[in-house]
Structure formats: C-alpha cells, structure tokens
Design a protein around this ligand. Structure first.
Ligand code: ATP
Ligand code: MG
Length: 412
C-alpha cells in the first residue's frame, strides 16, 4: 500500500523560518505599542462553550451561522474554537468577577478559527492581535482606540491604509432603523441578490455592505442610518470626530460599515487597503456597550479592535532583522565537553551560538553560511592544546587564534 503524503488541512497555513520571524515582528510591534498605551496581556482558552459565541455574536451573524468550528467533547459538551477574541474575554472577566479592576485594557495575540472559503488572505485558522478597553464610555477612549490601531500600522510603516468610520447608534436606534430599512428593501426584494434576500429576514443591516452591484444600486436611495441615531449617539460620534481631528488622524465616514457581528453599538471602524484585493480589511473594531449585559454580566461599556496578522504580514514592506549566530565547530569528539561549556559561556554573554561537531570543515562551513553565521569558532586538537580557540570571520575569511576572554570581547 502506498503511504499518502500528509496534507495540511484546507485553509491552514504553516508559518516557518523567515515568515515566523516576520510574524513575531508584527506581534512584538503591536505588543510594544499596546504596552505604551497601558495594556496588559491576556492568555485565554482557544475554545469556549458554544453558547459563549452563540449568545454574543448573534444567532443571525455569518460567523455563528456558517463559520464556527463546533464539536462535542468526550463529555458531550458543545465546544467551539474561538472565531474571535472579544466574547471569550468578556466571558473571562465575568467568570473571574473582575468588576473592581475596571477600566481594564487587554492585549492578546493568537489563532482564531472560521470555516470560510479559503483564498489569498482568507484562512480557516488565522491569527489576530486583539485589543480591548473595558469599562469606559467616552469619545476620548474611542479616539484613543483608533489612535492605537493607527500607531501599530505606523510603527509597521504600512502604506496606503485608510480609516473608515461609522456610528451604528445604540440598540434602540438600530432596531428602528432596521425596520425602516426592511420596509424600503422589501419593495425591491426580487431584484436583490440571493444573499441579501436571506439577510432581509435574518440580518438586514448586513445588506448595507453587500458587494453586489444591483444591491448597491438599490441601496443608494435607502434610508440613512444616521437619521435614526439618538441625540446622545450623534453627539458621541461628533465628539469622536473632533478628537480625531485634534490628533490629526484622517478618516472617511462610510455609512455602509455595519460590521459582521451583532454586538457593536455606536462607533465602528475599519482600516482598509486596496493592496490585498478583496481581502482589504486589515484592522476592524468598534464599541460594544451592550455585550456584558447580553452575557449576564454587569452592564459595562467597552471598545476594541482586532487585526489580521497574516494580512499585516502581507502588507509589510520593510526588512526583518535576520539572526546572525556564531557557529562553534568541535573538530574532535574528544572536545565535545569543552565545546558545550564554551557555548554556554557565550550564551551567558548573550551571544547567539549554535554548536556543530564534524571533522569535515568544508561541510560545516556550508552549514554555518546556511544558518547565516558571520563567524565560526574552531575547537580542535591544535586549539585545545594551546588553551585557545580559532575564530574565523566568514565575510573577510580572516582567522585568528585567541583566548576565550579575547573571543568574548571580539564577538561582543
Ligand atoms: P472580512 O471582511 O475580511 O471577512 P471580518 O469583518 O470578518 O473581515 P473581523 O471579524 O473584524 O473581520 O476580524 C478582524 C481582522 O481579522 C480583519 O480585519 C482581517 O484583517 C482579519 N481576518 C478576518 N477574517 C480572516 C480570515 N479568514 N483570514 C485571515 N484574516 C482574517
Ligand atoms: Mg469575515
């Protein structure tokens, strides 16, 4: 029987070597920026009870309807791999009773899972950075949230990204608007795309961001969400804009942004680019003042955003610093202990060291160049008998015999 080559699961992506260096670079930049804004890092479970997502994301959202990885564990519990971070974070704050810790700012990074149609920039397991500011309702905090997202993009020096903003108002105004929208769209029902016809019943607001041309034409005359905002929501949004202006952050108001998940209220925003084809959303977020209550917690306002790490990586144009270790080559089996000890000394001095053992210098040189070493240290009979090591610079080809302390001085 022929053994089949093992295949990766459709929609997954292996991140290795140079790509993993870039991955870490993106995460580290985001983590540093978050830290400067006062965030703490949270490590939460990758799966939760299915209810956690069902109740929060909304039974009618795409994520809950089509995209969740749900399974039963051996104890018969229905569990779901997280399709996003926010619901799990809110669950965690509620189950740990962290009410007296608010306001709380949390940063996380890690994998999320969605059963989507895989294509470039769209995977079934992908990674997000996720930031949440919990416990405050203020336009100042929303402005800070947007500024932090922009700070991360700026620190990564990503070009051609624009900020689009909208306000969804509070839950009541959304309900009123939804009714008005359905009344209007029902007149054109048979001309709407199939998807939109379904949404008309299940999730009418989502029709607003339909990519279908005929839908878009019909939407031109549709009632506008902003006319349904309460006074309080309108004022909140206007103040946010004033704050962004003061910070010099440019934005476009896009009244078609509704976001896919049900729990957003008031501010919603997306950082988008044309460089990634149809997978243009890089960072997306918004305010979710209603979520804590929906999940059975104390009513708590909050705002947050998530960014797709793979998409941020795809946009990155800069160089990522590559590792330049030193190779320590033990030429004779007799000296492996000396080699290990010396390697430990170098590592204590923060000199990246890889060890190798071989009589074949040519082969070892090739390996050293392959792992990007700029130096190779030889440890053989000649060197040990003199109590020294030989250091070779692989760029200049220069070789020098020296003591261990000289070696450390030279390499630092
Ligand atoms: P999209 O409109 O592309 O489906 P979304 O609105 O579903 O995005 P969010 O749920 O807001 O996305 O997730 C935040 C970010 O995660 C997105 O802005 C994007 O960068 C990234 N992202 C979302 N889905 C995927 C995916 N399937 N593969 C890779 N990255 C993704
Ligand atoms: Mg999506």
């Amino acid at each position: 029987m022929k053994v089949q080559k093992l295949q990766p699961v459709k929609g997954t992506k292996d991140i290795l070597l140079d790509e993993s260096e870039l991955f870490l670079h993106v995460v580290n930049i985001a983590r540093e920026a978050a830290k400067i804004y006062g965030y703490h890092e949270a490590y939460l479970p990758i799966f939760e009870f299915t209810e956690v997502f069902k109740r929060t994301l909304g039974e009618t959202s795409d994520v809950v309807n089509k995209e969740m990885y749900t399974f039963e564990d051996k104890g018969g519990r229905s569990l779901t791999l997280r399709p996003e971070f926010t619901a799990g974070i809110v669950r965690s704050l509620i189950s740990n009773n962290l009410w007296d810790k608010f306001p709380l700012k949390l940063f996380s990074a890690g994998p999320v899972f969605r059963y989507e149609n895989p294509q470039k920039g769209r995977y079934r397991q992908f990674n997000q950075i996720n930031l949440e500011n919990i416990g405050t309702r203020s336009p100042m905090i929303d402005a800070e949230m947007v500024a932090l997202a922009k700070e991360i993009l700026d620190r990564l020096e990503l070009p051609n990204i624009t900020l689009e903003l909208n306000s969804l108002g509070d839950i009541d105004s959304r309900k009123k608007y939804s009714t008005a929208l359905v009344n209007y769209l029902t007149k054109y029902k048979k001309d709407l795309s199939e998807d939109s016809q379904t949404r008309l019943i299940k999730n009418p607001l989502r029709i607003l961001d339909s990519k279908n041309i005929s839908d878009q034409k019909i939407l031109e005359e549709a009632p506008a969400l902003k006319n349904y905002l309460t006074k309080d929501s309108l004022k909140f949004f206007e103040e946010l804009l004033v704050h962004l202006d003061a910070l010099g952050i440019k934005y476009f108001i896009n009244d078609k942004i509704v976001r896919g998940l049900d729990y957003y209220t008031d501010t919603v925003f997306e950082f988008v680019t044309k460089e990634l084809g149809t997978q243009g959303a890089v960072i997306a977020g918004g305010r979710y003042d209603g979520l804590f209550k929906i999940m059975g917690g104390i009513d708590t306002p909050a705002v947050g955003f998530a960014g797709g790490i793979e998409r941020l990586m795809a946009l990155y144009k800069g160089k990522v610093e590559t590792r330049k270790p030193v190779t320590l080559l033990v030429l004779d089996r007799k000296f492996t202990m000396n080699g290990l000890e010396l390697a430990q000394k170098l590592r204590k001095e923060n000199i990246q060291t890889v060890i190798d053992e071989s009589k074949d210098v040519g082969k070892s040189l090739k390996k050293a160049l392959g792992n990007n070493s700029k130096f190779i240290i030889f440890l053989g009979e000649d060197e040990v008998s003199q109590g020294k090591v030989k250091l070779k610079n692989l760029d200049t080809r220069e070789e020098k015999l020296m003591s261990e302390s000289q070696l450390i001085g030279e390499l630092k």
